[in-house]
Design a protein around this ligand. Structure first.
Ligand code: 13P
Length: 255
């Protein structure tokens, strides 16, 4: 359905990897390999690497994102970083609601919604992560889980703002496990997410909406996943830390 209406987005999520010096080296290696991409290329990096990433990617087709942001503009929130702080540096993308944040750092559907609000208000583009745990898939509640995560996070988001949201479907059981959802499984949930957008907004919004897949996407399986009609890109963990592998995925998305 109307995949031509959407430009694929390949985003790296570096998680807690790479010092600034290592980040600089990885970006230098990556730049020439992705320069002809016919898709959007984003790298979401640790806060301490943002300045380096901005400097190293200046004038290239690589966009820089953070891996989280707080819901308040400022205040007594030790260890947190606000959306305004990010945009003031020139960082315009942010991952919100990653399952590692939800699992280890207490992010809830409500705090994810609040963080999305703050990021949108600051003018950022959000990569919103949703996905079920293995047990939830086994119990047949994947659609309920993904549907409610999506609906709650998008509460109060206008149709106009929706153009600054990307959803990454990341089944938790496929993250960092080497276990990938089959292209059919991934496409089924991505298609469900698009239908949820249509129900919340309208068909025009749903047709234009980018839904990525994430979870052990790599240089080998990317092409098959990205060929599916509702998979508009990827959020890449481990493989985004290797320039050649990440570039291969970018190439697969550029077809
Ligand atoms: P992996 O690609 O390492 O499985 O990680 C996926 C992910 O969590 C991206 O946000």
């Amino acid at each position: 359905m109307n995949k031509q209406l959407r430009k694929a987005v390949i985003a790296g999520n570096w998680k807690m990897n790479k010092t600034p010096a290592e980040a600089a080296a990885l970006i230098d290696e990556m730049k020439p390999l992705v320069k002809d991409a016919d898709c959007d290329v984003v790298i979401c990096v640790p806060y301490v690497d943002l300045q380096t990433a901005l400097e190293k990617t200046a004038g290239t087709n690589i966009k820089v994102g953070a891996e989280n942001c707080h819901w308040a503009k400022s205040g007594a929130f030790t260890g947190e970083v606000s959306a305004e702080m990010l945009t003031s540096m020139g960082v315009n993308y942010v991952v919100i609601g990653h399952s590692e944040r939800r699992t280890y750092f207490g992010d809830t559907d409500q705090t994810v919604k609040d963080r999305v609000r703050a990021a949108l208000d600051a003018g950022m583009t959000v990569i919103l992560c949703v996905g079920e745990y293995e047990q939830q898939r086994l119990q047949g509640v994947t659609f309920e889980v993904v549907g409610s995560q999506t609906k709650i996070a998008l509460g109060g988001v206008s149709k106009e703002e929706l153009s600054r949201i990307i959803i990454a479907y990341e089944p938790v059981w496929a993250i960092g496990t080497g276990l990938t959802a089959t292209p059919e499984q991934a496409n089924e949930v991505n298609s469900f997410i698009r239908k949820t957008i249509e129900d919340l907004y309208d068909k025009e919004a749903a047709d234009a909406f980018v839904v990525q897949y994430g979870g052990s996407m790599n240089a080998k399986n990317a092409e098959e996943l990205l060929a599916k009609p509702d998979i508009d890109g990827g959020l890449i963990g481990g493989a985004s830390l290797k320039a050649a592998d990440f570039a291969q995925i970018v190439k697969a998305a550029s077809k």
